[in-house]
Design a protein around this ligand. Structure first.
Ligand code: GLA
Length: 733
């Protein structure tokens, strides 16, 4: 135990007032460090805790003690004002707080004093725990920071608990708070809509607040993903410049507040969106915020993404180190119209394509109210006896006979008003007791704050897997936001609904993960409306978008790739844009976890042969595409092309995907310089994913080029032909 800790405990015993004890700690420094970044907290003379530094790693430890905790400035009216680490409502700070509490006696102010800290090793890094306490109320706030040195990622969250006589009301409960002092700030947000996910747009941040939030409850990221970038020396760039990249691990309403104050300082406040959610916290209970994950790059978003990818695969995506399954899905091929023989023949198609699995989508369940369209059946997870007389067992048997695995679509948190579940348990649905019900996609959201409902939903998945151990994969969908905002279970605590609902969803996901750790799962929400690192602890990948038009998909994948490794992103070849060649569609899907959602009867023999070859290529190149280092070389936002390169960990294998989107007449096309190769190695250059009989277009095809040449001179990868693509495999000799 350190001397300061002993002093603190001794002081506690003597019951010296908390603020005085904390002031004794003045000047204490807490360093949260990765190999490239320092976040430093300092106890002020007043015993409160301030951010004294966040930026590139400081070289000399002795400098930490000199860092200022007071931010003086011409406009600052209060002399002791600094960047309080977790600023609270009712204090002397005039800008947005992280925490807002109304105490049991009605007092809305909170002052937090330093009460101790410790550091301990955890998987991949060091966890710093900081205890803060109000001096007038029995309220504790604990800040957690886990720093991952190698990946330059920090994740942080907060616990709030109290021992007041009655519940307190939380009106704000951010995960963290970070401050910056730069001449300008430039935000990139990832907004869009259904089939238009993660579109990147930028804007400068000026005085006042910019809020990026969602209040959809479930299917929460329909209009905006929980991701942001702040360029700290101008708009964020790919390979140069300083940038903060942040994301919240929360599968519900989130809010990022960016506030520039009178001094030009920026505070970033990420957390759950407290919209309609004044949370009643009982005495003795702990409110744990979601994790906010961030990296601070001084080599642009490219480096930041690579760090996040490494971190995610190692610590935050289910089975981050394992291979992914290629698959054939039936959704866009059959929609709800299928039966057992048809599915059995699709399984054979999957086999002939060379993919690992057949995935049965929506429409396989419901008997009294068969799921033959999207107006009935959700909640009744019994195989439909007309379509599937042999049940799931017959399907897993057929898959085994065909030589592929079998995966199943579920949407377990939902209920159709036309279902036996709703007939039995109308009170299990989130629904207004005294108003007309309105629907999104003709369905309602189950009240996941209710433990009975959690048990039921877990039971659905548990039941399927217990009865059918042959089910090897789930696609877990979520197609409705919360409508008719009222939890029958929470009754007079409706302020807790949005939060407790998500916690109920996690309760089920955690139980499924614990009992079935080896079942990979795809997270889906009408496309990419669920894409966060908390859910991904339980899912191997997420479905980026229902939009599989390759021209659009390039942008969607480009946006998500800023935060997620290709391994966590599912992409399928479909018929969304029939005018695009099967090669272009497949080349775009091959950048992520590859799948197909197309009727093979649509393809002629040559196209089919191409697809088989592309699947085999993808499987061979999986170590580079799924586990390698990604370089975004040419941006579709800055040109009419896109180029993405992957290099495996020992730089022996590289894959380059080059896309010509909608080039204009005589658009200049430049050679593309590659990255991340061994300059001294010779690489055999091979154009792959060629249509049978097609000639390679790349001059260097078949040649051996040094890594040095490929990185300094580059390859002539781009063309002016719209909707075409070139894929190149590099093999070190
Ligand atoms: C959502 C998904 C689709 C498909 C349908 C089924 O829209 O995004 O991929 O599974 O549901 O109803």
């Amino acid at each position: 135990m350190r001397k300061t800790d002993c002093l603190l405990i001794a002081a506690l015993a003597l019951s010296v007032p908390l603020c005085a004890r904390a002031a004794d700690e003045a000047g204490k420094v807490i360093r949260i460090a990765t190999d490239a970044t320092d976040l430093v907290l300092t106890v002020g003379d007043n015993g409160r805790l301030y951010q004294s530094y966040l930026g590139p790693k400081l070289l000399d430890e002795a400098d930490l003690g000199k860092l200022p905790w007071i931010r003086r400035g011409s406009g600052t009216p209060v002399p002791n004002q600094g960047w309080e680490v977790y600023s609270t409502s009712g204090n002397e700070d005039y800008f947005e707080p992280a925490l807002g509490i109304t105490h049991a006696d009605g007092n809305p102010s909170t002052y937090l004093y330093y009460a101790g800290s410790r550091q301990e090793p955890v998987d991949g890094g060091t966890m710093t725990t900081v205890n803060l306490r109000d001096d007038k109320y029995p309220l504790d706030v604990t800040l957690y920071y886990v720093a991952y040195p190698k990946e330059n990622v920090i994740k942080t969250w907060t616990d709030i608990s109290h021992r007041e006589k009655k519940p307190v009301r939380l009106s704000q409960y951010a995960s963290a708070m970070l401050y910056f002092d730069e001449p300008e700030y430039y935000l990139t947000e990832f907004a869009g809509d259904w089939a238009r996910e993660a579109q990147m747009t930028g804007q400068p941040l000026r005085f006042g607040k910019k809020v990026v939030d969602t209040k959809l409850g479930s299917r929460a990221a329909w209009f905006v993903s929980p991701l942001f970038e702040v360029g700290l020396d101008g708009p964020a760039r790919e390979d140069t410049g300083r940038v903060l990249m942040g994301t919240l691990g929360w599968t519900g309403n989130f809010r990022f507040t960016f506030e520039v104050d009178n001094m030009g300082y920026l505070r970033v406040i990420p957390g759950i969106n407290p919209y309609a959610s004044v949370y009643e916290l009982k005495s003795g209970d702990t409110f744990t915020t979601p994790e906010f994950i961030f990296t601070l790059s001084d080599r642009g978003t490219g480096q930041g993404s690579r760090d996040l990818h490494d971190w995610a695969r190692r610590y935050s995506v289910k089975d981050g180190g394992a291979d992914r399954l290629t698959l054939l899905n039936n959704w866009e091929n059959t929609y709800f119209r299928f039966d057992q023989p048809l599915l059995a023949s699709l399984m054979k198609d999957a086999r002939s394509l060379g993919v690992d699995m057949f995935l049965l989508d929506d429409g396989w369940f419901g008997n009294k109210h068969p799921r033959n369209d999207d107006r009935a059946g959700l909640g009744d997870w019994e195989p439909n006896r007309v379509k599937l007389p042999g049940g799931i067992k017959a399907l897993t048997d057929a898959a085994r006979d065909a030589g592929v695995k079998f995966g199943l679509w579920i949407e377990p948190e939902m209920v159709s008003p036309r279902s036996e579940l709703f007939e039995k348990h109308p009170d299990w649905a989130i629904r207004q007791p005294n108003r007309d019900t309105y629907y999104s996609r003709n369905q309602l959201v189950l009240d996941m704050s209710n433990p009975e409902v959690q048990d039921y939903v877990f039971g659905v998945i548990d039941g399927i897997l217990t009865e059918n151990p042959g089910v090897a994969y789930f696609k877990w969908d979520c197609n409705s936001p919360i409508t008719n905002i009222y939890s029958p279970y929470l009754k007079d605590r409706q302020g807790n609904m949005y939060v407790d609902h998500v916690r109920g969803v996690y309760n089920v996901m955690e139980r499924v993960s614990a009992k079935y750790p080896r079942v990979p799962m795809m997270l889906c929400s009408s496309g990419g409306a669920r894409c966060d690192y908390e859910a991904l602890k339980h899912f191997t990948e997420f479905w980026c978008s229902d939009n599989t038009d390759p021209l659009e998909r390039v942008y969607i994948q480009w946006g998500f790739s800023h935060f997620f490794p290709a391994k966590a992103m599912a992409s399928h070849v479909t018929s969304w844009n029939k005018s695009a060649s099967i090669k272009f569609r497949t080349d775009v899907a091959s950048m992520c976890r590859l799948g197909f959602d197309i009727g093979l009867q649509e393809l002629d023999e040559r196209e089919l042969e191409f697809c088989r070859q592309a699947v085999a290529n993808w499987k061979r190149l999986q170590p580079a595409i799924m586990d390698g280092t990604q370089y975004r070389l040419v941006s579709p936002y800055e040109s009419n092309h896109a180029v993405v390169e992957y290099v495996d960990s020992d730089r022996r294998k590289g894959v380059v995907f080059a896309y010509n989107l909608a080039p204009r007449f005589r658009d200049p096309v430049r050679r593309v310089k590659l990255r991340g190769l061994d300059p001294a190695a010779g690489y055999r250059v091979a154009e792959i994913n060629l249509m049978p009989g097609a000639k390679p277009s790349l001059a260097e095809h078949g040649a051996t080029c040094s890594g040095d040449y490929l990185m300094k001179v580059g390859l002539d990868l781009l063309k002016a032909d719209p909707a075409t693509s070139t894929v190149v495999e590099l093999t070190a000799l």
